[in-house]
Design a protein. Structure first.
Lengths: 100, 707
């Protein structure tokens, strides 16, 4: 069995890739995808610790997060489509109407 | 004993029949076939005629003094308190009620009888015209209004009928409304009649405040004492010496009513609409503008005879206006070339005769002439319609001639009518005209002279018309001439019946001097007796037999003179009309242009009205629009500017101040809010990093535990 550090490293790598994607990319769809990466990094951590402690709660929680991610993707894409219809763009730096 | 019976009880059905069919025509007529329209409309008038005959027959069966029946259907204006000019309070009411007495009997028979014949004639005459149902709808509406007018038991209901016939006259004159001249003529008739109507309604109001009632009479009513009539009020006032003959208020009422009569019956100065009214279809001219509606004024004055007999000055005015109208209109008829225009001026002239009769106190003679005139003038118009029909619409008598053999029925009946109107013994016109002239002679010589000359003029223009139309050679175009044909039966049968009436209709008033007993006058007498006998100018004058015969011979002689002149001018051609016209050019021009009355009226009233309109228009543009509208606009703009300044600097200023303050207070922090998503994400990351550093011991514990 691989030591826990490997899993955590994978999770950390995914998390950092996700964060960098969220912070640096302009396309909102890509940002959404990056958020999925972050969520999956968390899932890996949860599943890893669940296995380490023999506690199934972590895996259940991961399932919740997967469901949540699906919901979030649906809502997020819906918002993006509605937004695109109005502004004809999906670039986040052009979404600045609330700024004064 | 007061007469009763089915027909008298159901007097209200007489005007109702035409009203029902008129309503049907005007609501659903478009969808009905012509045959149904004919049966309904002519049938309804026929029914009215039958009911009228029945009612009058019942009335005749009673003794002369009881020949009155009055039925109030309902109180139309609900009774209310009214203060009379004398200061008394009275219960004033106007009913929807019908009165049948000898006077309205004559009228109702003339209206329904002649109206029925003209309706039959219209089936033939209007058969090929568009708007057949519309024509008959209006005609029936007219019949309803006219019957309401003659059967009304009070002045206000009479006025309803009076206005109703005016409306129908307008609608029917403008029947060919696409023709500008026709719609103009309709408007002219309507507007000129309004002037008269204004006088009439003022007369009604003055009657109401003077007598406290507008009912003609209370005879025949259940409660004679409570429901007073004008006649009874007059009797009471004269009996109490409150009013005497010639009292100013009576004269004023009489003159105001006469203004109304002038408008409706086309007397000077309001006659100008009648010649133009000839734009309507010919049956309309016959029914409305010859036989019935235009005689409404005569009927109204006769109806108010009790009042007129107490206003001698008003009577003199009536006589003089009538005489002048008679001779003026007759002189204008001399030179007209349109067959219907000649008849129109002739109608005005004959109406003048009727007013002359009324004015000299010969009310019965006036109504008698009204009746005979209805026969022969309706016949003349229907004959003219038949001629126009034969001539394919041509109305100019210079393009006719020689029709005697081509349309024999029309020509012969027209001939009888011409003899009747000219006043040749023993045709209808002779008796009535002679009666009028005799009474005028008794009253005032000059009036007789005018009537006498008019008789000659009448004979001249009528025979001129007759000769030019029927005798000589045909002057029409070839294709028109080829097309000349006698009219169909629905048109010729009424002509024949009316010809019979024109021939013998005058015999009902066969004068005493010729061995008769003048039944017509005796029949009307109960209604036409004055309130006080000595002012009663109608009390039959018994002048010497020799004088009366002399007058008859004189009028026959003058008619013969008119006939002879017309014969020489237009039949034997021994005298040339052109020569006479050239000899007296100014006179010819004056007559031909109808004394320039239309032009004078245009200059005096129409153009002045237009000037007033222009002036008012300018007032509108300058004062109303300039000062009023533009000024208001300027004021509104000024106040809105003020209000805008207030809004901008005070209301908005406060808000802006708040906003500026917020902006000021938020100065450094504001820049964190970039609006860019990634920068927020970065901030979150930084926050997370700070938290992680801050809780690093705990993190350490977690990580260690994990290991």
């Amino acid at each position: 069995m691989l030591p826990i550090g490997h899993y955590l490293f994978l999770g950390l790598a995914l998390f950092i890739i996700g964060v960098i994607g969220v912070v640096t990319r302009r396309n909102v769809i890509v940002i959404l995808m990056s958020i999925e990466l972050i969520l999956n990094a968390v899932n890996i951590n949860l599943v890893a610790f669940s296995r380490l402690y023999g506690d199934v709660a972590g895996q259940v929680f991961a399932l919740f997060i997967i469901a949540d991610a699906a919901a979030e993707a649906a809502v997020g894409l819906g918002i993006i489509i509605a937004f695109f219809r109005n502004r004809e763009t999906v670039l986040e730096d052009e979404m600045d109407l609330l700024k004064w | 004993m007061t007469p009763t019976g089915y027909f008298l009880e159901h007097l209200w059905l007489i005007p109702l029949f035409p009203l029902v069919s008129a309503a049907l025509m005007l609501l659903f007529g478009r969808r009905l076939p012509n045959a149904v329209v004919s049966v309904l409309c002519v049938g309804s008038v026929g029914l009215s005629f039958i009911f009228a005959l029945g009612a009058v027959a019942r009335l005749l069966s009673a003794d002369p003094e009881y020949r009155v029946t009055q039925h109030i259907l309902f109180a139309w204006l609900t009774p209310g308190q009214m203060q009379m000019s004398s200061g008394h309070l009275v219960r004033f009411t106007a009913d929807w009620g019908y009165l049948l007495d000898p006077l309205s009997s004559v009228m109702v028979l003339v209206v329904t009888g002649v109206g029925f014949l003209i309706h039959i004639y219209s089936i033939g005459y209007m058969g090929h015209e568009g708007g057949y149902y519309r024509f008959f709808g209006y005609m029936n509406l007219f019949m309803f209004s006219m019957l309401t007018l003659v059967l009304a038991n009070n002045m206000l209901l009479m006025f309803v009928g009076w206005e109703g016939v005016g409306l129908c006259s307008y609608l029917l004159i403008g029947f060919y409304f696409l023709k500008k001249s026709a719609s103009d003529a309709g408007k002219k008739a309507f507007i000129v009649n309004r002037i008269g109507d204004a006088g009439f309604i003022l007369g009604i109001l003055l009657t109401a405040v003077t007598f406290g009632t507008i009912r003609f009479t209370s005879t025949g009513l259940a409660n004679v004492a409570a429901d007073s009539g004008i006649r009874q009020a007059l009797e009471a006032a004269v009996g109490a010496h409150a009013l005497a003959a010639g009292a100013p208020v009576l004269t004023t009422i009489a003159l105001l009513l006469f203004v109304g009569a002038c408008g409706k019956s086309a007397q000077i100065p309001l006659y100008v609409w009648l010649p133009d009214a000839m734009e309507g279809p010919t049956p309309v001219s016959a029914l409305i503008h010859a036989a019935t509606m235009v005689t409404a004024g005569v009927y109204m004055v006769a109806r108010m005879n009790a009042l007129y007999q107490l206003a001698p000055f008003a009577l003199d005015v009536v006589a003089v206006v009538g005489a002048i109208t008679a001779i003026f209109a007759a002189s204008m008829a001399l030179v007209q070339n349109d067959i219907k225009k000649v008849l129109a001026y002739s109608t005005i002239s004959q109406l003048g005769y009727m007013f002359l009769a009324l004015g000299v106190g010969a009310f019965a003679a006036g109504i008698f002439h009204l009746t005979t005139h209805a026969f022969f003038k309706a016949l003349l118009f229907l004959g003219a319609g038949s001629v126009i029909h034969a001539m394919s619409g041509e109305q100019d008598i210079r393009k006719m001639g020689g029709l005697w053999r081509k349309i024999p029925t029309t020509a012969r009946t027209f001939g009888i009518a011409t003899l009747a109107i000219a006043g040749i013994f023993p045709f209808a016109g002779f008796f009535s005209k002679d009666e009028i002239l005799g009474r005028a002679f008794d009253r005032f010589f000059a009036l007789w002279v005018v009537g006498f000359i008019t008789a000659a003029l009448t004979a001249f223009y009528m025979f001129r018309l007759f000769f030019l139309t029927f005798i000589g050679h045909c002057r029409a175009d070839e294709h028109v001439e080829k097309h000349i044909h006698e009219s169909p039966h629905p048109m010729t049968v009424p002509l024949l019946i009316l010809a019979g009436l024109s021939a013998i209709g005058g015999w009902i008033g066969w004068p005493a001097v010729l061995g008769g007993e003048n039944r017509f006058e005796r029949f009307l007498d109960p209604v036409l007796t004055g309130v006080i006998p000595e002012t009663g100018a109608v009390s039959i004058a018994h002048h010497a037999v020799a004088k009366e015969l002399g007058l008859m011979l004189a009028s026959l002689a003058v008619v013969a003179l008119g006939f002879w002149l017309a014969y020489e001018f237009y039949c034997s051609k021994r005298l040339a009309p052109e020569l006479a016209a050239r000899r007296f050019p100014w006179l010819y021009n004056l007559l031909f242009h109808k004394y320039y009355v239309d032009e004078i009226y245009d200059a005096a009233f129409v153009d002045r009205t237009k000037d007033l309109g222009t002036l008012l228009g300018r007032f509108d543009a300058k004062v109303i629009d300039g000062v009023g509208v533009d000024g208001t606009g300027w004021l509104a703009r000024f106040t809105s500017k003020l209000s805008m300044w207030w809004d901008k600097w005070i209301i908005d200023g406060l808000l802006n101040f708040g906003a500026k303050l917020t902006q000021l207070l938020s100065f450094p922090i504001r820049f964190l809010q970039t609006g860019t998503f990634s920068s927020y994400a970065l901030l979150i990351l930084v926050g997370l990093a700070i938290l992680l550093v801050y809780y690093q011991q705990h993190l350490h514990v977690v990580l260690r535990g994990a290991r």
